[in-house]
Design a protein around this ligand. Sequence first.
Ligand code: MN9
Length: 298
Amino acid sequence: MDQFKGILPALITPIDEDGKFNPGPCEKLLDRLYHAGVDGVYICGTTGEGLLQTVAQRQRVAETVIAASPRDRKVIVHVGASSLDDAIELGRHAARLGASAISSLPPAGPFSFDDIARWYRILAEACDLPLLIYFMPASGSPFTSIPQMLELCATPNIIGLKYTDHDLYKMSEVRRSGAVIFNGYDEVLVAGLLMGACGGIGSFYNLVPELFVALYRAATAGQWEAARQIQSRINELISLTLKFPLFPAMKTMLTWSGIDGGTVLAPRRPLTEAEADRLAAALATSSFAEAPFARPDV
Ligand code: MN9
């Protein structure tokens, strides 16, 4: 369990004009992220638009990412799906490829906690990999209490939570049981680490991996003031980006930096030209004005 720690970008999935996975930019992005020192990647989650893709395409993404990842980095494959069969198929495929772990949101729908616990139990048993539960109450989690989270984390093969919430007291109580916890809201990574998180998984790591790696290193060295200052710089970027639809804005910035993020999958839409102009203007007057993603690479 100690091996699950550090900085893991929730990898964006480059999508071409036909709505299909584009492996070239994905490899280029991975190269950039690994050079920045990230400890691994988390693929096909919310940021990676996993739930919006077919099982076959998600498998192509996993194949590309695992083939392009050094052996000493972790690849966690989000396998969450509406159908348990699909999730198991994705999980077994990830295991065959040599993924480090799988992760899953609960299936969407009006299910009870018992239903969800059973779903996770069957998934964890069927796949020969550690499983990280994706906890995100903002997307309608059917479990929110500490005892429920502790019960899920005590299930064989379940190692812990990707914890996307602002209640860090709850997070720290689950962490105290020995469960692996990755902080999920990039805005509060420094606070999550202070309260015991083993690392973080997040969207903005795609854009400024160096800052997240530096924050994590400062935090693990006990240099909390330095870590806090890096968080504050990161939050300048997050707060200006959140004025736009998040995932298309991030893909636009990646494209400006020379990595073709491509479009986003339905029901989302790309940025309008006016939005892209406003985003570029906001970046130009920020402390990121000189960053490669701040303007078109022409
Ligand atoms: O992977 C991300 N959460 C979601 C974690 O996509 C729902 C976060 O990185 C957020 O995108 C980020 C901005 O709110 O914290």
